[in-house]
Design a protein around this ligand. Sequence first.
Ligand code: G6P
Ligand code: MN
Length: 456
Amino acid sequence: QQKRRRYLKREKGVAMKSYNVCIVGGGSTYTLGFLKSFVRLREEFPLKKLVLFDIDAERQEPIGKYGEILFRERFPELDLSYTTDIKEAYEGMDFVFMQMRAGGLPMRAKDEHIPLSMGMIGQETCGAGGMAYGLRSCVDMIKAVHDIRNYAPDAWILNYSNPAAIVAEALRREFPDDKRILNICDQPENVVRSCSRLLGCNWEDLDPVYFGLNHYGWFTHIYDAHTGEDLLPKIRETIAKNGFLPQDAEQRDQSWLDTYGMVQTIMSDFPDYLPNTYDQYYLYPDYKVQHLNPNFTRADEVMAGREKRVFSECAEVIKEGKLGDRFHAISDAHAEMMIKVAEAIAYNKNSRHILIVENNGAIANMQDDAMVEVVCELGINGPRPMRVGNIPQFYLGLLVNQVSSEKLIVDAYYEHSYEKALQAFTLNRLVGDAKKARKVLDALIEANKGMWPELK
Ligand code: G6P
Ligand code: MN
């Protein structure tokens, strides 16, 4: 039916439009997956022009050159360029995909190492490290979105820069009337895809119901999209017996397999719902601290692994002048998801996606102005969240605590307030004590000099 609708639109000449896309953070290790996915999905989402933008020319260049070779082989009519200039990047864009990493991977390493060295969770987006990254991202994201609006007032901004929860709250405050900023994370969809692996079905035949904050949520139901049967009891039973693996387990590092593995523990303690994998940090902080290595965290693993692989793939391709079989090496779920989101908007598909939106009653017993993550229908007029009603006290308690911490860190950004930052840190479950909060906050202020607003 969808194919037919597309065909009809083509007849009328509507779908013949092709789109201009900019990727902010074009030098990221995720970009190759996007380049390949844009080729694979060129029928569904036709591109006219693609611009890769990065403030770091040295990272951008090899990925840009790789793109030139890839598209010459497989998508020669595409107009590809890469740049460090904001006007070139944003002017005339229909969609801007935002995947910036404020401070780069070296700062991610500090976000993880510093709290862990003090016996607290050190993680990219959760706890003290996540708040540190949050303050850097507030600075860089708010500036970037103003720049985009200057050159492309009507472009859709699809943001998956982290920490998405804090970034979404900051953008909500800075651009209250802007209806074309969408915040999204791939983790819920990754969990759904992993269920499909476990059930032996196609992930698109699963119809999830989900609530939470970004990196802190639960699936209340996973329906069979055709029969309506709730498959969650079966998923629970299978996980209890066999554990839980990511859909693309064969491509994952051990730390990710450990993370998915924790879903079994979470569901044995809290069997109501299927958790987001990040819930492990909030539910078992002591256990996780004991099992993480403060001298070699996920950031180190990424720098030694994915980052090396991506840049050596670029170097090889540039040297050989061709991609050849490398095109088939990886299919990238995250990139495909983002392109499908753009497609939903471009073709007004009203398809379902799990998105980060202002609550306004979607979770009935949470405050209206919380940025929550729920299933939405998505089309040209933006997301329409689907209500989940009241959530049980346990989950409400966890989420109200976390959303308060997230809001306070954004207050700290706007007010340049040390006191608000201290409150955010103290309240956060992964810090949880005012003396510890002050100690880790002071160390992070030192490490983030010049990248944070000055807190007074
Ligand atoms: C998931 C999350 C992202 C996060 C990423 C980190 O995809 O949804 O928000 O950035 O994991 O993955 P990495 O492999 O870099 O540790
Ligand atoms: Mn995410």
